[in-house]
Design a binder for this molecule. Sequence first.
Ligand SMILES: CC(=O)SCCNC(=O)CCNC(=O)[C@H](O)C(C)(C)COP(=O)(O)OP(=O)(O)OC[C@H]1O[C@@H](n2cnc3c(N)ncnc32)[C@H](O)[C@@H]1OP(=O)(O)O
Ligand SMILES: CC(C)C(=O)C(=O)O
Length: 514
Amino acid sequence: MTHVKVFDTTLRDGEQSAGVNLNKLEKIEIAKQLERFGVDIMEAGFPASSEGEFEAVREIARTIKNVSVTGLARAVKSDIDTAWEALKDGVEPRLHVFLATSPIHMTYKLKKTPEEVLQTAVETVAYAKEKFHHIEWSAEDATRTDKDFLVKIIEAVIDAGATVINIPDTVGYTTPEEYGSLFRHLRENVPNIDKVSLSAHCHDDLGMAVANSIAAIENGATQVEGTINGIGERAGNASLEEIAVAMKIRQDVYPFTNSLNLKEIKRTSDMVSKLTGMMIPGNKAVVGRNAFAHESGIHQDGVLKEASTYEIITPEMVGVKSNNMVLGKHSGSHAFKEKVHELGYRFNDAKMKEAFKAFKQLTAKKKEVTDEDLFTILMDTQVDSAAIKKYKLEAFQVQYGSANLPTATVALTTPEGKRLEHAGTGQGSVEAIYNTLESLVHEEIHLEDYQLSSIGKGRDALAEVHVKMTVNDTETSGRGTAQDVLEASANAFLNAVNRVFVTQHVQEQKQAHV
Ligand SMILES: CC(=O)SCCNC(=O)CCNC(=O)[C@H](O)C(C)(C)COP(=O)(O)OP(=O)(O)OC[C@H]1O[C@@H](n2cnc3c(N)ncnc32)[C@H](O)[C@@H]1OP(=O)(O)O
Ligand SMILES: CC(C)C(=O)C(=O)O
């Protein structure tokens, strides 16, 4: 059976999803989970794109020990140098360098002739080879590229030192037949193709990213790229969990192996969804809330008699567990620690105490704390940098009545430790809180998006709010959870403001040290 390497780009192409903005701690947390999931390569970001991104990629390369960490670079020497600085301490530094090859991209975007593009590609790969042993070269918009030119440029970059050739369907334009035949064509026509691995990278604009990726594998790709939950630019990338489960369930027609641990799918998917704020549709294959739910009588009857009548994937296969140890008000720290480990978290004593405290606070309001609730608490504990001082919500009160203008009174502490209080109004309760918070933090804030969902079921379920906003023209996002919808809303607002504040604070500290 052919082994297929899995290249995860959740932290790069996935983060290119409109409105997604992960901070360093969140990226590291996802990277650790991707390592547990068993990906072979993870693209941690685009180091030359910003200082924050550079630092996140460098930290991931230093932290992750069982996965080759890569970073994206344009065919520009300074991008390659920056990528090297970010990646060089990793266990297997790997560069991902790309250049567009289609007539549309070369003419209008790069404003270069095909000859100039070929020369730039060769020069930059040769330059990168002085530093990197592993180089993936991507022909951006390969599926709208002239085939003869594609053959020519691939042969040249292999000679220059590329070790993996990626054939991206950048705009999600291709079809399974066409994409498969492109891989066959390259294998048959690029003279030195045996020196490299071929990789597939598909986008989902026409809803065919997974099918296209599998067609590529059937036709010689030994590496497949994608993201968790299929997040990514525009309509997203190929969803890795769907590719993995399709290969597992249809081994009879897809005789390929990979190193993924399918039982980590649910946890990975939940984490990516929560930290990016990209909700998973209920009917999403493999990880949607309804993926294992049977609603209609005939189906339920069939499943009760024999599950395989209507279930081709078992929930256990992808890590959806039945909750056998319930934690609540009377649970102690031992059971809590046990559960923390079961959920895949490894905390030092201080973080464990912090998480236990948050858990106990929740049990005062909620009878039964589910795995989903705990997962949220643990993730919040993990990605919160207690060392950096931030705005903190102290108390709030909202007066609401259908005939009155809602009024919020809010108290918070500033990063400098000062307590502030203010009251304000709005058309609704959330707006009243947000108007008041805006006055308190003295920044110009525009709310772009607000999403509310519940974690789990029942009247006492936790509320989770995701916001996207601009703070003084800087785009940011925030997440807040609480049992009360208004408190979760206030937390999300302050979380978004704090992200901007923390970034500024780190930059100011750096400048002070220069
Ligand atoms: C298909 C993909 O997903 S590619 C990855 C896309 N991801 C991103 O763009 C996210 C990160 N990007 C960024 O932060 C910024 O775009 C930066 C820092 C990389 C560049 O910013 P800027 O210098 O302001 O340039 P801007 O983004 O406006 O334009 C891109 C420039 O790169 C050029 N370019 C685009 N791709 C490449 C490439 N592969 N190799 C070399 N140059 C390239 C464009 O032609 C344009 O050049 P020009 O300024 O001479 O016209
Ligand atoms: C950089 C390349 C691989 C890319 O993301 C694309 O073409 O979609």
